[in-house]
Design a protein around this ligand. Structure first.
Ligand code: NAD
Length: 487
């Protein structure tokens, strides 16, 4: 099973053991178009075995003290960190992201997810109130819920999977996780470290496969009372429908169509460099990426000129080259979908200023069959165009002009999503006013992607249901009870 030139074949991880599956699907290396590994095509049977293992492990794991669980989470963090380079290489090959992004963002954050929840689980308190006139005190107690179903997407594979596993097991739940069938390798690598970290058998089970088979079997399993899902809004609707007969607890982290609002008093140099990153980092495949840039009229021409000039400097190519800024998109189908948006915008009369269809892309021989495209900037797009309304989830960003604060707030809010926004201005009063009125679960002002994991993360409107973060994850992954004592 060693990772070599031979094809990597993954196995499910159930009850502390790697278990082969009866059928497999191919998973591709997006930067070459070649098959990278074979992923179990799990279904009901495999999910059933994983849920049973998780149920069996629950009594012992849930009765451990938070400190014991914390020590195990910290050990797992250390082990992943020790193998950081191997994890980063695998994530880059599996997802198409640059090795630099995997080394500096994905894997360090996966490590930090375990460290963060190992610490935060030690610091929660419950509530207590007194009713002296009745001779009563009331207090709340929290307990883990049971077997948690965790479903994650392909864009930040280990980062997002561990953002779920860490709080779930820190709270004393056991889990059945299903990573995206397109990016399963780092989850499988993590399973190889669980025993050494001291995670008892059955506490973390990973079932690989498609959403339609493995994902849905997990969502519909009667012994899985809660589902934490990150992915598209469409899938979330299906999960909500399928889980409804079981009245499951759901946390849904979904898509975005995130605005950047740039006022004419913004400090343009950091604004342009950050907005480039917020538009194109990880090939634009981050739910928090900017895809609608509203620029105040006085600086519109200057912004556009400088922004396009900088976008043209981005180097697209072999993700394993540390000098490359952008790697490959996840799949051929996704690349075609992203390209189709650019074509639609052109057909509507918008101007493509750089990137797709305008500039040429020179790729090394090994990457000729990879799924690459250039950072693409579109101007003169109407607000009701699909490019301004739908999540593209690729390296495409639209730039439009606005006049007034009132006008831009209304336009920024005029989409079905509400995940993340950025506001650029040196006027503190304005920054507060605008941030308060944006329909967005996260607002970054004069920065992007600066996160304190203590605070709630999640979206409004079609971008999500519920929040995750220190206290929010604790509340989601535990059941609260109110107890009254009369003395
Ligand atoms: P997706 O919804 O297609 O798949 C996500 C996961 O759900 C995968 O593991 C998939 O196999 C599984 N799945 C698919 N159908 C299922 C079903 N019927 N039942 C159960 N599971 C099912 O999303 P994707 O294409 O992998 O990821 C991209 C999307 O994720 C984008 O919309 C992006 O904005 C969103 N996303 C959101 C956040 C956030 O925190 N809000 C973070 C990252 C990505």
């Amino acid at each position: 099973m060693a990772q070599s030139e031979a094809l990597l074949v993954l196995e499910n991880f159930i009850g502390g053991k790697f278990v082969p599956c009866s059928s497999y699907i191919d998973s591709y290396n997006p930067s070459t178009g070649g098959v990278y590994c074979r992923v179990p095509d799990s279904g009901k049977e495999e999910v059933e075995a994983a849920v049973k293992a998780a149920k069996d492990a629950f009594p012992v794991w849930s009765s451990k003290s938070p400190l014991e669980r914390s020590q195990i989470l910290n050990k797992l963090a250390d082990l992943i960190e020790h193998d950081l380079e191997a994890f980063a290489q695998a994530e880059s090959k599996d997802q198409g992201k640059t090795i630099t992004f995997a080394r500096t963002v994905d894997i360090p954050r996966a490590v930090y997810n375990f460290r963060f929840f190992a610490s935060s689980i030690l610091h929660h308190t419950t509530e207590c109130t007194e009713m002296a006139n009745m001779g009563c005190v009331h207090y709340t107690s929290r307990a883990p819920v049971g077997v948690a179903g965790l479903i994650s997407p392909w864009n930040l594979p280990l980062y997002l999977l561990t953002w779920k596993i860490a709080p779930a097991i820190a709270c004393g739940n056991t889990v059945v996780a299903k990573p995206s069938e397109m990016t399963s390798v780092t989850a499988w690598m993590m399973c190889r470290l669980l025993e050494k970290a001291g995670v008892p058998h059955g506490v973390v089970n990973v079932v690989f496969g498609t959403g339609a088979k493995a994902g849905e079997a997990l969502v519909c399993h009667p012994d899985v009372p809660l589902i934490s899902f990150t992915g598209s809004t469409l899938t979330a609707q299906r999960i909500t429908e399928k889980s409804a007969p079981h009245c499951k607890r759901l946390s849904l982290e979904l898509g975005g169509k995130n605005p950047a609002i740039i006022f004419d008093d913004a400090d343009l140099t950091p604004c342009i460099l950050t907005t480039l990153r917020s538009s194109f980092a990880n090939q634009g495949e981050i739910c928090l990426c900017t895809s609608r840039i509203f620029v105040q009229k006085g600086i519109y021409s200057e912004f556009l000129r400088r922004f396009v000039a900088e976008a043209k400097k981005w180097k697209v190519g072999n993700p394993s080259d540390p000098a490359v800024d952008m790697g490959a998109l996840i799949s051929k189908e996704h690349l075609e979908k992203v390209r189709s948006y650019v074509k639609k915008a052109q057909a509507e009369g918008a101007r493509v200023l750089c990137g797709e269809g305008v500039d040429s892309l020179a790729l090394p021989a090994v990457n000729q069959k990879g799924y690459f495209m250039l950072p693409t900037v579109i101007a003169e797009v109407k607000d009701d165009s699909c490019c301004m309304q739908e999540e593209i989830f690729g390296p495409v960003t639209c730039v439009v002009a606005f006049d007034t604060e009132e006008e831009v707030i209304e336009r920024a809010n005029s989409v079905k999503y509400g995940l993340a926004a950025t506001v650029w201005s040196s006027n503190v009063g304005r920054v507060h006013r605008v941030a308060q009125r944006l329909q967005s679960g996260l607002v970054w002002t004069n920065c992007w992607l600066v996160r304190d994991l203590n605070l709630p993360f999640g979206g409004m409107k079609a971008s999500g249901v519920g929040r995750e973060g220190a206290k929010d994850s604790y509340e989601f992954f535990t059941e609260v009870k109110t107890i009254t004592i009369k003395h």
